[in-house]
Design a binder for this molecule. Structure first.
Ligand code: RB5
Length: 148
């Protein structure tokens, strides 16, 4: 398992906590920036991480911005990406168990580094429940192929 992390200036405060959580889980990761507090545009970082997942370079992603919302909206434009905006531990678990999400989005202005660490641990240790949830995820995938 390899994870790509992307953030903007609003999410950078959570990056170290995410890296620490992945290290403690023994999961390999790559930091795709941003690396400073200078203002940048979150869709650029969402695109970087999602392209890496689509190309198979990494398996999953973590995207961090001020609220997590802009990153989630951007990431979910990519075919094959299921990005979950997470602000509590229950949703971090359900994002995998029910939705088989491949990207975790969180907000540095609404989530503390300690919380982020717990959400990352929950997200990356949960397992997809399959069965009826597989049918529903298949329906999400079918939606990607439709003009809506
Ligand atoms: C940047 O100010 C902010 O808009 C961004 O980090 C994010 O919260 C967008 O959804």
């Amino acid at each position: 398992m390899k994870v790509a992390i992307g953030c903007d200036h609003g999410g950078i405060s959570l990056k170290s906590a995410c890296m620490e959580a992945l290290e403690e889980l023994g999961i390999d990761y790559v930091d795709e920036g941003t690396y400073t507090e200078e203002s940048v545009d979150y869709p650029d970082y969402a695109a970087k991480v999602c392209q890496m997942i689509k190309s198979g370079e990494v398996d999953k992603g973590i995207l961090l911005c001020g609220t997590g919302i802009g990153m989630a909206i951007s990431a979910n434009k990519f075919k094959g990406i299921r990005c979950a905006h997470v602000a509590d531990e229950y949703c971090a678990q359900m994002a995998i168990e029910h939705n088989n999400a491949n990207v975790l989005a969180m907000g540095g202005r609404i989530t503390s580094p300690e919380q982020a660490k717990r959400f990352v641990k929950k997200f990356f240790t949960s397992e997809f429940a399959g069965d009826r949830h597989q049918r529903r995820v298949d329906k999400i995938i079918a939606l990607e192929n439709k003009e809506l």
